[in-house]
Design a protein around this ligand. Structure first.
Ligand code: SAH
Length: 403
C-alpha cells in the first residue's frame, strides 16, 4: 500500500495539503504538490500519495494548469483503464434514467464532468445527436475510448465535438470542433422542452448549444408570467421567454447583446406561438437597455436575469458582485407591485450566500421589500459531487416584490 506503483508517476502532496483529497475533493492545485517521482505526460494517470506515503487515489496529470491533478478515483486500488472509463460513463447515463424516460425533454446532459466522476468530460444529448466537450488533458487522453463507448451506451445518429472552451488553453490544448462519429448534425437540431420546440445550433451556440442547466427553472418561472408581461434579460435563444409565452404570458420582451442569439430566439418564439412582435427582441447591452427602460418608466410583472459568468478568478469576485447588484437594482425598480424576480448567477465563485446578500443589497437601494419564494439551482442532470461544492455553479432566487 505504501509502495510506489511501477510504471506510473507518483505524486507526493505537502503534509498540510492532503486533507482535501481525503475529503474527496477532486482538484489538486500545483501548490499542494510537494514532489513528482517520474515524468508524467499531460493527461497521464498518476498515483497520488499523502505526505506519509499512503496512496489516496489516482488522477490525471495536467502539466500546465493551476489544477495540476484531477482525481479519477479515490480508491487506492482502482486501475484507470478502458473498463473504468466505460463504467463511469455507463453509471452517468444510467443516472439520467428518469429524465430520459420522461417527456420533459429530448435534450439533457448525460455526463457532467466532476459531478459524474469524470473531470473534464461533458456529454449532452440533443435528440438523436450527442455533443461532447473535453476540457482537460486527462479527458483529452481518454477521448478515443469515450468516443468509442458512447454510441454503444447511448445509440445515436452522430457525435459532434465542441472542445472550444477557454479552459483548454490553460491545459495547453488547442480547440477541436467537428463531427467525430456517425452522421454530422444538421445546422439546427430541433429539441422539445416542456412541450415547447426549440432550434439548437450545436456548432456555434454557447456551451454545447443550449442552457440545459436552466430547464427546470424555465418551467418554474413560466406560470408566474401567465397573462402578464415578462422581461427576459440575457435571453440567449429565448429559453425562459418561449416557455412563458407557451404558458400564456401576454408579452415577453427579450434582451441580449448577441443579434444571432436573438434571431434564433425570435424563430423559437414563432415556432411555438403565432403572435410574436419583432419589437419584443431588443439587441443591446442589458445594463444600458434596463437604464433606458427605467428612464422611460416601463414596468413588468416578471423579470428574468440570467447573465453570463461574471468572474473566474477569486480576485474579481468583488467586481462581479457590483455587476450583479447593478443589474438586480435596475430590475427590481422595473417590477410592478407583486412582481416576480427570477435572478441567477452561474459564477461558481459567487456562493449562494454571497449572491443572496448582493440581491438583498440591491433591494435596499431600490427601497423595496422582497420575499424569497424559492431557491433555484442547476437541473438534476447537472449533479454536483458531495465533496465538490464548486459543482454547484448555478444558483438563483425566485423572489416577489411585496409593495
Ligand atoms: N437564459 C438563457 C441563457 C442566458 S446565457 C437561456 O435560458 O437559454 C447569457 C446570455 O447573455 C448570452 O446569450 C449572451 O449573449 C448574453 N450577454 C452577455 N453579456 C451581455 C450584456 N452585457 N448585455 C446583454 N446580453 C449579454
Amino acid at each position: 500500500m505504501f509502495a510506489i506503483l511501477p510504471g506510473m508517476a507518483a505524486i507526493f502532496l505537502n503534509p498540510d495539503r492532503d486533507y482535501s483529497v481525503m475529503r474527496r475533493h477532486p482538484w489538486i492545485f500545483s501548490g499542494a504538490v510537494e514532489r513528482v517521482e517520474g515524468q508524467p505526460e499531460p493527461g497521464e494517470t498518476v498515483v497520488i500519495h499523502a505526505a506519509d506515503g499512503r496512496i489516496l487515489g489516482r488522477g490525471a496529470w495536467s502539466a500546465t494548469s493551476q489544477i495540476r491533478i484531477r482525481v479519477w478515483s479515490f480508491n487506492p486500488d482502482q486501475a484507470i483503464d478502458e473498463a473504468f472509463i466505460q463504467a463511469r460513463l455507463a453509471q452517468a447515463i444510467a443516472g439520467r434514467g428518469a429524465l430520459l424516460a420522461g417527456n420533459v425533454s429530448n435534450a439533457c446532459r448525460l455526463v457532467n464532468a466532476e459531478g459524474d466522476g469524470l473531470p473534464g468530460v461533458i456529454v449532452d444529448r440533443y435528440d438523436s445527436f450527442l455533443v461532447c466537450q473535453f476540457t482537460t488533458a486527462g479527458a483529452e487522453r481518454w477521448k478515443p475510448v469515450i468516443l468509442e463507448a458512447l454510441p454503444q451506451l447511448w445509440p445515436c445518429a452522430g457525435i459532434f465535438e465542441r472542445s472550444d472552451v477557454e479552459a483548454r488553453v490553460h491545459e495547453g490544448l488547442a480547440a477541436s470542433c467537428g463531427s467525430v462519429w456517425g452522421e454530422a448534425p444538421p445546422d439546427r437540431i430541433e429539441i422539445r422542452e416542456h412541450g415547447c420546440r426549440f432550434l439548437v445550433d450545436v456548432r456555434q451556440g454557447h456551451k454545447t448549444g443550449f442552457y440545459l442547466d436552466q430547464r427546470d427553472n424555465r418551467a418554474c418561472v413560466a406560470p408566474y408570467a401567465t397573462s402578464g408581461d415578462m422581461l427576459n434579460v440575457f435571453a440567449y435563444t429565448g429559453g425562459f421567454g418561449v416557455v412563458a409565452l407557451a404558458a400564456g404570458a401576454a408579452s415577453v420582451t427579450h434582451i441580449d447583446q448577441s443579434a444571432d442569439a436573438l434571431a434564433l430566439a425570435r424563430e423559437n418564439a414563432r415556432l411555438n406561438v403565432c403572435d410574436v412582435d419583432d419589437a419584443d427582441f431588443v439587441a443591446g447591452n442589458a445594463f444600458e437597455t434596463l437604464r433606458r427602460f427605467r428612464d422611460s418608466r416601463r414596468s413588468f410583472d416578471v423579470i428574468v436575469l440570467d447573465p453570463p459568468k461574471f468572474v473566474d478568478a477569486r480576485k474579481h469576485v468583488m467586481a462581479a458582485c457590483r455587476g450583479y447588484k447593478d443589474i438586480n437594482l435596475l430590475a427590481i425598480k422595473l417590477l410592478r407591485p407583486g412582481g416576480i424576480l427570477a435572478t441567477f448567477s452561474c459564477s461558481g465563485l459567487v456562493t449562494p450566500d454571497i449572491f443572496r446578500k448582493v440581491v438583498a443589497d440591491a433591494a435596499v437601494d431600490a427601497r423595496r421589500d422582497l420575499q424569497i419564494i424559492q431557491r433555484l439551482q442547476q437541473a438534476p442532470d447537472h449533479p454536483e459531487g458531495l465533496g465538490f461544492p464548486e459543482g454547484l455553479y448555478l444558483k438563483g432566487l425566485l423572489a416577489r416584490v411585496l409593495d
